[in-house]
Design a protein around this ligand. Structure first.
Ligand SMILES: [Fe+2]
Ligand SMILES: [Fe+2]
Length: 208
C-alpha cells in the first residue's frame, strides 16, 4: 500500500528546506550621495569621538587633581611619621604643578578648564575616610594614609598614561609632553611611597 504523506504538497519539509532567501548586497551611500544635512556615517565620526573621550578624561583628572590638593593636605596633618608626612607635603606641591600643566593643556586646546566629577577619586577618598572615622591608633593611621596615597597614584598613572597615549594619537604633541611630565612625576611619587611602605617599622604595631 502506498504511503500517504500528512503534508500538503507545497508545505512538505523537503520543499521548505529548498527555499532560499535572496537579498541584494547592502550598499552604503557615498559622501557625494549624502544630503547636506544628513548625519555622517559612524566611521567618519570616529575622530571627533576620540577628541570627546580625550576631553572627558582630561576634565576627569583635572577634577581629581583639585580634590587631591585638599586630600594631601589632610593626609599630611593626620600623619605623625615625618618621612611619610614630608612625602605628602612634597607631592602636594607637585600636584599644584600638575594642575598648572593641565590648565596649560586646556589653553593649548582652546578650551576653558572644566571639572568632570571623578567618581574614582571620590570613591578612594570615601574609602579612606571610612577607616579613619573608626579612630585607628596613630601608627596604623600612618600606614593607612600611606596606602591611600599609593592607591590614588595608581589611579593617576592609569589616567595620565592613557591621556598621553591619546594625545599622541590625536597629534597633540605639546599637550602630550605636558601629560608625560605629569605621568613621570606620578610614577616617581608612587616609587617613593612604595619604598616608605617597604621600610616602615611594622614591629611597633601590634599584630593582633
Ligand atoms: Fe597628580
Ligand atoms: Fe599624584
Amino acid at each position: 500500500m502506498a504511503h500517504q504523506s500528512a503534508w500538503p504538497d507545497d508545505l512538505r519539509p523537503e520543499r521548505l528546506l529548498t527555499c532560499r532567501v535572496t537579498a541584494s548586497p547592502i550598499s552604503l551611500p557615498s559622501q557625494a550621495d549624502r544630503l547636506p544635512n544628513e548625519r555622517p556615517s559612524l566611521l567618519s565620526m570616529a575622530p571627533s569621538d576620540l577628541h570627546d573621550l580625550f576631553t572627558h578624561n582630561l576634565e576627569d583628572i583635572y577634577y581629581a587633581e583639585n580634590e587631591l590638593l585638599d586630600a594631601l593636605d589632610e593626609l599630611e596633618s593626620q600623619t605623625e611619621n615625618e618621612d611619610i608626612a614630608s612625602a605628602f607635603s612634597e607631592h602636594r606641591e607637585e600636584t599644584q604643578g600638575h594642575i598648572d600643566r593641565l590648565e596649560e593643556a586646556f589653553d593649548i586646546l582652546g578650551k576653558e578648564p572644566e571639572r568632570e566629577e571623578c567618581e574614582g577619586i571620590e570613591g578612594l577618598i570615601k574609602e579612606h575616610e571610612e577607616f579613619t572615622d573608626e579612630g585607628p591608633e596613630q601608627d596604623v593611621l600612618d600606614v593607612h594614609n600611606l596606602i591611600a596615597a599609593q592607591k590614588t597614584e595608581h589611579y593617576e598613572i592609569a589616567a595620565y598614561g592613557n591621556l598621553a597615549m591619546l594625545a599622541d594619537r590625536l597629534g597633540e604633541d605639546e599637550v602630550g609632553d605636558l601629560l608625560h611630565e605629569n605621568l613621570e612625576e606620578e610614577e616617581d611619587a608612587l616609587d617613593e611611597l612604595s619604598s616608605l611602605a617597604e621600610s616602615f617599622d611594622y614591629g611597633q604595631i601590634a599584630a593582633d
